[in-house]
Ligand binder design. Sequence first.
Ligand SMILES: Cc1cc2nc3c(=O)[nH]c(=O)nc-3n(C[C@H](O)[C@H](O)[C@H](O)COP(=O)(O)OP(=O)(O)OC[C@H]3O[C@@H](n4cnc5c(N)ncnc54)[C@H](O)[C@@H]3O)c2cc1C
Length: 420
Amino acid sequence: MARIAIAGAGLAGRLFAWALARAGHAVTVVDAAAGPFTRFDATGPAAFSAAGMLSPLAEQEQGGPQVAAWGWRSLQLWQGIVAALAPAAVPFRREGSLLLAHRGDLGTAQRVLAVVPGAQRLEEARLQALEPALAPGLQGWLLADEGLIAPVAAMEALYEATVNVTTAPLSQPVVWCWNSPAAAVRPGVVELENGACLHADWAIDTRGLGAAPALPVRGVRGEIVTLSLPSHGLARPVRLLHPRHRVYLVPRTPDEVAVGASEIESEDRSPVSLRSAVELMAAAHSVLPALAEARIVRLDRHLRPALPDNLPRAECEPGLLRLNGLYRHGWLLAPALVEQLLDEAGLAQVAQVAQVAHGAQVAQVAHGAQVANTAHLANAAPFAGLAGLGGITGLATLIKSTESLGSSPSSSPLFPEPSP
Ligand SMILES: Cc1cc2nc3c(=O)[nH]c(=O)nc-3n(C[C@H](O)[C@H](O)[C@H](O)COP(=O)(O)OP(=O)(O)OC[C@H]3O[C@@H](n4cnc5c(N)ncnc54)[C@H](O)[C@@H]3O)c2cc1C
């Protein structure tokens, strides 16, 4: 069993925490956010604001074949992760997606299609049969096997699965520390802004934009609109290939559609602009005319963490893992990159669950990622630096749960493979 300290409870941080805890490792996560859920106010993880499109084919346009390869692997992994979490609670589908173009925009469409191998041209009748609610006269291409996941449900389920530990394969809860920004992440150490340090066998940096300036990461603003329209009729995600507006529509439920997303080189976190809202909704209405009567449920925005080449960076050195630059395809890439890093670190093997003692010994030996200067668990004062509830409450829960642990090794895989 290794002691793991993670800085950043966004998408990447939650996937690491969940996978490592399932493997029997002792995991502590610190995050600058106030808690595990979102208020859609552009604070906390960008992951909550995402559309959840899992598009290895379409993302080739920006990311090339490597992004597509990671994407296909992630799609396989998501299937197993969702099945292990709670399939009813985390909507996930793999029914493909569509590229669409108005007749006048075929030139633009052809330029995109040239860098999206695998798109299958659909006759108009076939397109209408697949998506009868679409406006007539659109040109369409099918991106077979692409997927869709519900980001908010998945983020919440990944968290819940690590705190409500009642069944195998998780043997002990993850300790989550909110309002606890990390100032630096070094091999084996997560240093908090208040000066306290978490010591571990492995430190993992998944702070997204919070990793600047140690990494040259920048924010790319994205704005997204949620619309409510009973029985909107859209079955799968669609992307409009337009010379000026790249707009997609994502059916979240039979009554809700997300329309996104702007892509603006700015770290402005202020509310959605009128221009973006108008452009997104006008383009969406041109594709799905019934949206004229939709109601606007939410206008949301966040910053995508991007590196200068707009490609992800997954780094492994002794005692330290870093995953950042997930940019516009974090949901598409994160499981494959987390898997790759855990493999490189030798953490992919399922840990032997340790027989542990009580009290402070549990915090320091079994859990291990203790806060520096903590002499004794009974004394709460040294934990005051971890202002979030995770510090004390989490450790207390950990002790309770580990009292009854046996020493048998877990047999579950790090990431569950989907059943064939
Ligand atoms: C509008 C929009 C639509 C998108 N749509 C899609 C899509 O359809 N498909 C897709 O694949 N991707 C999409 N994305 C991209 C995806 O959301 C991101 O790539 C992904 O969220 C990045 O994950 P992350 O874990 O690296 O960062 P985040 O999810 O941003 O998490 C970073 C975490 O680090 C924490 N943190 C920051 N600073 C510190 C600190 N100093 N100490 C501790 N913690 C800190 C933050 O509070 C946060 O919890 C979209 C993004 C946006 C904004």
